[in-house]
Structure formats: structure tokens, C-alpha cells
Design a protein around this ligand. Structure first.
Ligand SMILES: Nc1ncnc2c1ncn2[C@@H]1O[C@H](COP(=O)(O)OP(=O)(O)OP(=O)(O)O)[C@@H](O)[C@H]1O
Length: 263
């Protein structure tokens, strides 16, 4: 379980410290996929970067709670898989070396059983034929699949994905989302998925939250009954989409809309 309490994060700029997240509290159950929506600039990537250990926390905490107790989230003690917006594959390493790098950095032994499982992941994500290639020799969809392979080969306790499918065309994006779900279902790592797409949030998140414009507050949270449903068109689904759309409108626009509908 991931427990975030009163988390505050700021950036140091020439004009001083600029708060971006201020007092965010959030809990995630083991195996939850939290889809995070929010207006541009509200702090979604900042949240990912903090959880990945790439940005320091000003105050508050982000802890991982397991049967072994409660510990501050830390990439040295926890296995945190990250798929950043550009997928983050190292251009000078082959797909195979990229996929195995996180294991090597942690000096994890690759047993025969693990090797079989890794081949299985390559197979499931259709990257087996691409292992000798460098990232520049891949299409956008192939880069995406390689990044998913790298994340799942690692067996992360926490998987962080920052708009992972946004650069893909519509068909490849849908394929990549389906592949993600299929591979995620094997071990069900706790996952934070940042996305701009309401459809994607409702397809891939078993919980959906909307961040507000001011300092990373969570202004809306829903348990999502449409998780994994690739064809959910129903009146209730459309209503859920509409609600999320409304929550994402800037405050001024939302206020205007509420006033109009109240008339
Ligand atoms: N390195 C930085 N230094 C100063 N301010 C930053 C830095 N990185 C981000 N910010 C600011 O912090 C705020 C949150 O940025 P962040 O990238 O987390 O937003 P976001 O919700 O992911 O946006 P988007 O949806 O556009 O990707 C923005 O106002 C941004 O300008």
C-alpha cells in the first residue's frame, strides 16, 4: 500500500521556491492502478518525479506499507519502475540491454526461471525480434512496447507511468493500452498512470482521480467500474466521462457552466 500524507514539493527558481504540490494526501491499495487526470501544469509529472525519487520532498511523506512494515518510499529499497513521457530508453543500449539494465543496477541474479519469465514478457509484448536493435531503429509503437517490457521485466513494487501512450497514433495507442493491461494482470503492480485522456483513464485506471489547478489538490476521486472494459458504451459510462470532463474544466469555465445549468 502506498500512503502519501501532507506531501509538499516546490521548485527552486530565481525568484525563490515555487510550491507545486502543497499538502497532498492519497492512499493506494496494493494492485491499484491510479489514473491521474488534471489540467496542464497542475503537478502530475511532479508527483511522478517525487515518487520516483527524482525530486526531493519539502515536507510530508510518501511511504510504502508492506507486511514488513512501513518505510519511506525510496528507489534504493523499493523497486520503482518508471516509464517517462519519452519512454526513457537509453539510445546507446540495445533493447535487450535496456530491459536488463534495472536488474543489473540492483545486482539481481537472473535465474533460469527468471530468464524464462523475461522471455515470456518479450514474447507477450512482441519485442523478441527487436532485442538486438537500438531505440533509434524502432517505430513509436515498438519503443513503447520495449519500455513496457523494461518496466515489467524489473518486477516493480510501484510502477509510475507519465503519459506513456500519448505519442502514439490512435490504433497503436489502443494496442499498447491492451498490451499494458494484459501484462499488468500477471503481477498487478501498484501503478500510477498520468494521462490527459479521459478514455484512457477509464480504461486503464481502477481508480481515477482529478487534480485541481491549485497546488496539486485531489479534487475528485472515483472507483472505476469500467476498468479494462474496451467497449463500455453505456449511459452510465457516458455520464462518468461527462463528470470527468466537467471536473477538468478550468474553475472559471466550470463556475459559468454551473451557473448556466442552474438557471
Ligand atoms: N524544473 C522546474 N522548475 C520550476 N518550475 C517547474 C519545473 N518543472 C515544472 N515546473 C512547474 O511546476 C508546475 C507543475 O508542472 P508539472 O510538469 O508537474 O505539471 P503537469 O500537470 O505534469 O503538466 P502537463 O499536463 O502540461 O504535463 C508547472 O507550473 C510548471 O511550470
Amino acid at each position: 500500500m502506498l500512503v502519501i500524507e501532507n506531501l509538499s514539493v516546490s521548485y527552486r527558481t530565481k525568484k525563490g521556491r515555487v510550491p507545486v504540490i502543497d499538502g497532498l494526501s492519497l492512499q493506494m491499495e496494493q494492485g491499484e492502478v491510479l489514473a491521474v487526470l488534471g489540467p496542464s501544469g497542475c503537478g502530475k509529472s511532479t508527483l511522478i518525479n517525487v515518487l520516483a525519487g527524482m525530486l526531493p520532498i519539502d515536507s510530508g511523506s510518501a511511504d510504502f506499507v508492506t507486511e514488513n512494515g512501513r518505510q519511506p518510499l525510496n528507489p534504493k529499497t523499493h523497486k520503482i519502475g518508471v516509464i517517462p513521457q519519452n519512454c526513457g530508453l537509453l539510445p546507446w543500449k540495445t533493447v535487450r540491454d535496456n530491459c536488463l539494465l534495472p536488474l543489473k543496477l540492483r545486482r539481481e541474479p537472473i535465474t533460469e526461471e527468471r530468464e524464462r519469465e523475461i522471455s515470456d514478457i518479450y514474447e507477450a509484448l512482441d519485442v523478441s525480434q527487436l532485442l538486438q536493435r537500438y531505440p533509434a531503429q524502432l517505430s513509436g509503437g515498438q519503443v513503447q512496447r520495449a519500455a513496457l517490457a523494461r518496466a515489467f521485466v524489473f518486477h516493480p513494487d510501484l510502477l509510475l507511468m507519465d503519459e506513456p501512450f500519448s505519442a502514439l497514433d490512435a490504433i497503436t495507442r489502443q494496442d499498447a493500452r491492451e498490451l499494458f493491461l494484459r501484462i499488468w494482470n500477471r503481477n498487478r503492480p501498484t501503478t500510477v498512470l498520468v494521462t490527459h485522456s479521459i478514455e484512457e483513464a477509464l480504461y486503464l485506471g481502477n481508480t481515477v482521480v482529478v487534480m485541481g489547478t491549485s497546488h496539486g489538490e485531489i479534487q475528485y476521486r472515483m472507483k472505476n467500474p469500467y476498468f479494462g472494459n474496451s467497449n463500455p458504451e453505456s449511459v452510465d459510462y457516458l455520464a462518468a466521462k461527462r463528470t470527468l470532463h466537467e471536473k477538468l474544466k478550468p474553475d472559471d469555465e466550470r463556475r459559468g457552466w454551473i451557473e448556466q445549468t442552474a438557471e
